[in-house]
Design a protein around this ligand. Structure first.
Ligand SMILES: [Zn+2]
Ligand SMILES: [Zn+2]
Ligand SMILES: [Zn+2]
Length: 672
């Protein structure tokens, strides 16, 4: 099958062969698989043909070890710890600490922690990195994280004779947050360690204990109820929790009561307002079926919960994956991370000079959506819930034990001929990888007996499922974002991808959407970005806004990525780009008094901007301005665009995900 030995060697030993420019190893492997198993076969046009083809391919794999060799041949440096790198980065961290550059010191200690081996002769490097990082965290007043790091340092074998230093530091941390009880406990451990583990002379021991004693006496004297740890922003949060739906929908989980699902032949399924919905109202809050942190952020954001981990907890095995806490690590290591730890997908991205982030993320999600459940979950529910996808199936799950996987399964039904080979390659590679990792052990083959096709064979069943999951993820993934800093201002960054089952199955695309989505943790919250009138369709935007992308380009993007011809109003009436839109009321022959009112609103917004913690006030003012726009103007108009941008940013500032260290940065910089 191989034309020459070179491409073969290139696959097995990617390091040994010369890569041409930006060649992407994973893509290359997948196209080789595609070439070998799919070439000269007709592209299936429907679901049944796809199953039949995958069945035939499984019968024709005559060297079952070869797929496995392809996967295990990837060069995966970050799948392994690296003592030298841990040592080097810790030294740079030490230098930064000496010159009081805390942010840089933290960054390098983070790397030292991630690279530090947990086993083998150099396993002393990890506790040293953790202990040094705890010092930086303490100086940054992140006392809980500092204590956690010291606890991990001790558990992972910090040198016995120096342990007293950590107990001393822990007591100081607890004293700083006026937690006298825990400070006292650390003082007791300090005493014990000084006497039985340290090599210090008696005089030094007495001095240290005396100092620690004084510290605790001080805490007891000045103890206040107030916690020093609350470093969160001082935004005023309204009394009624705006992130929960007050009058929820009867069947769609966490959706506004005033939405209604409709069907027609032209648009398929869509959702409309059954009553007027005001600007700023929460329409739906959705949790993802699966999410994946992209390679650029895999050492910063928590693999399990997505949180920006200021001081990540390392994976025990790979150097690629960050967790925000020991709890998140335990959770991930009981399920999906077992299977992507050794595969080290982000490595492929780093190895290829940081290209292919999207591809690695899609594959990571396909793997994760499978492995966060046990294989038996799919076989047990296979015939009932994962038989044939149906785009028009009810988007509200009837069976909570399916964890919205039934909705997820029904989110794509077409077989995309242009992408068929790649999808098949991904499915085969992932199936083989999971097989080699023992994922399919313990399934009951009899669960698959109700199938009347080749899916009675578990190999075919799971390859079909992986094939389909990859298709669903390709056309239904949303970005997961957070606000991070650039110099002195703040901006939204993409940190990963997620699939939101309800959002994706009820909202259609519109090039002029009437909603603003924001991210709170891993949840996506969709708010009304203007007044949505009864009977009006509620829409999201998948890609390409009419304000900055001409119609022909939009149609091209939507067709190639999502396989539909957009017929929204902006497309039907060919709205002009933003720069050609009207910019006032008077321009359209309306009462100039309206422009005066609009300007007055803007002045009040300017005033509110000057006040700290003013996001709620800003949201009220922007909503008021938006109502004025909605009442008097027809779309398209520049005021609609600026209103949506402002509402979106306000909501982000108030509730959206934020990275660490934004204090002192002008969040207002993101207002448009
Ligand atoms: Zn977490
Ligand atoms: Zn790992
Ligand atoms: Zn459109």
């Amino acid at each position: 099958m191989w034309l020459s030995a070179l491409p073969f060697l290139c696959l097995i030993f990617p390091d040994s062969a010369k890569m041409s420019g930006q060649t992407f190893v994973l893509k290359q492997i997948i196209s080789e698989v595609e070439e070998e198993f799919f070439k000269d076969r007709a592209v299936p046009t429907d679901w049944d043909q796809t199953i039949a083809l995958i069945g035939t391919i499984h019968q024709s794999i005559n060297d079952p070890k070869r797929l496995e060799r392809l996967v295990s041949g990837w060069s995966k440096p970050r799948a392994l710890k690296d003592a030298q790198k841990s040592l080097d980065t810790r030294e740079i961290g030490n230098d930064q600490l000496k010159v009081d550059n805390m942010a840089q010191a933290l960054e390098f200690y983070n790397q030292a922690v991630l690279w530090g081996p947990m086993q083998g002769p150099q396993n002393y490097l990890l506790p040293l990195a953790l202990a040094n990082r705890s010092l930086v965290l303490m100086r940054m007043k992140q006392f809980h994280l500092a204590v956690r790091d010291m606890t991990m340092a001790i558990e992972s074998g910090y040198p016995k004779e120096n342990k007293y230093k950590l107990f001393q530091r822990m007591a100081k941390c607890y004293a700083s947050i006026e937690d006298a009880a825990n400070a006292m406990k650390c003082h007791e451990k300090l005493k014990e360690s000084l006497v039985s583990e340290s090599n210090l002379p008696r005089k030094s021991i007495q001095d240290i204990l005396q100092e620690s004693n004084n510290l605790i006496l001080n805490v007891k004297r000045t103890r206040k109820a107030q916690s020093f740890l609350d470093l969160t922003s001082n935004q005023t949060i309204p009394e009624e929790d705006p992130l929960t739906i007050s009058k929820p929908h009867k069947t769609i989980s966490r959706a506004h009561g005033s939405v209604r699902i409709q069907y027609n032949d032209v648009r398929g399924r869509f959702v409309e307002a059954s009553k007027d919905i005001d600007v700023g109202e929460l329409i739906i809050r959705d949790s993802p079926v699966v999410h994946y942190i992209n390679p650029v952020n895999s050492t910063k954001n928590c693999y399990a919960c997505g949180t920006n981990a200021n001081a990540p907890v390392p994976c025990q095995t790979c150097a690629n994956t960050a967790f925000c806490s020991v709890e998140c690590r335990t959770k991930a290591n009981a399920t999906s991370h077992v299977y992507d730890c050794g595969l080290a997908l982000p490595d492929i991205f780093w190895k290829q000079k940081a290209t292919g982030s999207g591809f690695a993320t899609l594959i990571g999600m396909t793997l994760k959506v499978s492995t966060q459940q046990k294989a038996g979950f799919f076989t047990k529910n296979g015939f009932k819930a994962f038989n044939a996808p149906d785009l028009n199936a009810d988007p509200s799950s009837k069976d909570p034990t399916l964890k919205n996987y039934d909705i997820f399964f029904n989110m794509a039904s077409h077989v995309d001929p242009s992408n068929f080979g790649e999808t098949l390659g991904v499915a085969l590679i992932l199936w083989k990888w999971l097989d080699s990792q023992g994922y399919f052990q313990n399934i009951l083959p009899s669960d698959l007996e109700p199938f009347q096709d080749q899916r009675r064979n578990p190999k075919v069943f799971f390859t079909v499922l992986l094939f389909h999951f990859y298709s669903v993820i390709q056309s239904n993934n949303h970005t997961v974002q957070e606000i991070g800093k650039i110099d002195m201002t703040a901006e939204k960054f993409t940190v990963g991808s997620a699939v939101y089952p309800h959002v994706a199955s009820i909202f259609n695309h519109n090039c002029d959407p009437n909603t603003s989505p924001i991210q709170v943790g891993l949840d996506q919250l969709t708010f009304a970005s203007r007044v949505i009138h009864q009977g009006e369709e509620i829409s999201h935007i998948y890609q390409a806004h009419f304000g900055n992308t001409p119609k022909a380009k939009r149609q091209e993007i939507l067709q190639s990525m999502f396989h539909f011809v957009c017929s929204c109003e902006a497309c039907a009436e060919d709205y002009p780009l933003a720069q050609s839109l009207p910019q006032s009321f008077a321009e359209l022959g309306l009462d100039p008094e309206l422009d005066r009112k609009y300007e007055e609103c803007n002045l009040r917004i300017q005033d509110a901007l000057e006040m700290p913690g003013s996001a709620l006030k800003m949201l009220e003012l922007y909503s008021e301005r938006t109502r004025l726009v909605c009442k008097h103007l027809k779309r398209p108009h520049m005021f609609y665009l600026s209103s949506r941008a402002a509402i979106t940013d306000c909501l982000w500032v108030m509730f959206g995900n934020k990275s660490q260290g934004l204090e002192g940065h002008s969040l207002q910089g993101i207002y448009l």
